[in-house]
Design a protein around this ligand. Structure first.
Ligand code: ADP
Ligand code: MG
Length: 378
């Protein structure tokens, strides 16, 4: 999905107020009634009625009819807008450039900050694959009535940021995390290609052992990446690997830790065998090689991404992968070219400058990362 930056330029403060009102209303309404939107926005002379129509035309909100009343929901476009606006206010993003990746559950853009440093914006889009699929079992959502794409995407972004920060602060080769708002993370742009795109590695033995050492070191610090594959390892010109993509990380105290650990190890072993014809006699063993020394998993929960958030996200991910397994079986075969994102190398590289975003007069909307105030029931 494209980020429509034009919309950002031409939004009035009243429109922003109404959009924010829709977001706030969705805390406890799956469909936010217009009367509630008008009440929260507090515009005079029924101003919200006209504006909501304009927001709908711009695809920032969607009008939905249900049995009882007509109401509005924030769209991904609207949620993107609100996140970008906060980044702009904080100075972490001031322009948006090319989209460089489209994953199953994320879009990746090049952006620039106020000082024109290029950065990466990762927009989490959980629920793009199929949200209907996971609506059947939702005990993990507890009080929340429905699985919300907004809530899940936001959890994924919070998790990614929390893990990246702890890893970066402890000297792991990961991008520097810059900022996180709603379902978006801003991070350092790494000047490197994914291993997947590197047909010849100068010294496969060295890279292989660097990667295995990284898996073991992570585990010694209490963590397992969980998706340690050729798409999530960027290799710099000097051969050093950088690890990305953290929404599925687990603690080594997870009941399935050994299984996740072995899967990461096997993934690298298989890839090196198939792609570089390299096979090592040695590969790490969970029980022998992992002596836990540090507790980064504990640091992560202390950072605000709690065990309960972890469990909610994990249940969602588990259900989704079950569903995908079934679908893949139905289709019959899984393509060997496991590519889960599309590269857009040839798009014009014009950066859209000075994303202007207007302020509300009161600047009253809080971007609090407190999840109690998170719109969970869309
Ligand atoms: P997904 O969850 O969709 O797999 P990733 O975080 O793995 O998302 O990013 C998808 C792709 O975007 C990566 O394979 C890589 O090519 C590119 N990418 C992501 N983050 C960065 C970054 N910080 N620097 C450079 N490229 C990146
Ligand atoms: Mg990835």
């Amino acid at each position: 999905m494209k980020l429509d930056v034009k919309v950002l330029r031409y939004m009035s403060s009243d429109e922003f107020r109404v959009l924010t009102a829709v977001e706030m209303g969705s805390k406890n309404h799956e469909l936010v009634p217009l009367t509630l939107i008008a009440q929260i926005a507090g515009l005079r002379h029924g101003g919200s009625h006209k504006i909501i129509g304009e927001l709908a035309k711009k695809n920032l909100v969607a009008k939905i009819k249900n049995a009882k009343y007509d109401g509005y929901r924030l769209t991904y476009g609207g949620y993107d807008y609100l996140a970008l606006k906060t980044f702009v206010k904080r100075g972490s993003v001031s322009s948006v450039g090319n989209q460089i990746g489209v994953g199953k559950e994320s879009d990746i853009y090049i952006v620039a900050d106020e000082s024109e440093n290029q950065l990466v914006l990762k927009v989490h889009r959980l629920g793009r694959v199929s949200f209907r699929a996971i609506k059947s079992k939702r005990d993990y959502l507890q009080k929340r009535k429905s699985a919300s794409w907004m809530y899940m995407s936001r959890l994924a972004a919070m998790k990614e940021y929390a893990f990246m920060k702890v890893l970066y602060d402890n000297g792991f080769p990961v991008p520097q995390p810059i900022d996180q708002v709603r379902h978006c993370v801003v991070m350092e742009l790494i000047d490197a290609y994914p291993l997947r795109q590197i047909s010849e590695v100068k010294d496969p033995g060295k890279l292989y052992s660097d990667l295995m050492n990284l898996i073991v070191k992570l585990a010694q610090y209490g963590l397992i990446h969980g998706d340690f594959n050729e798409f999530n390892i960027l290799v710099k010109d000097n051969g050093d690997p950088i690890l990305i993509d953290f929404p599925q990380m687990v603690s080594i105290s997870h009941y399935n830790a050994e299984w996740y650990f072995n899967r990461d190890v096997e993934c690298i072993r298989n890839y090196f065998r198939k792609r570089y014809n390299y096979e090592s006699m040695i590969s790490p063993k969970f029980k022998l090689d992992v002596n836990r020394e540090f507790f980064l998993d504990v640091q992560v929960s202390a950072s605000g991404f709690t065990k309960q958030h972890q469990e909610e996200l994990e249940s969602y991910q588990a259900e989704l992968s079950e569903k995908q397994d079934i679908e893949e079986d139905e289709v019959g075969s899984i393509s060997d070219d496991n590519s889960d994102y599309i590269e857009h190398e040839n798009e014009p590289s014009e950066m859209i400058k000075d994303v202007e975003v207007s302020e509300t007069e009161e600047g009253s909307h809080s971007d609090s990362e407190d999840l109690d105030s998170n719109p969970g029931d869309v």
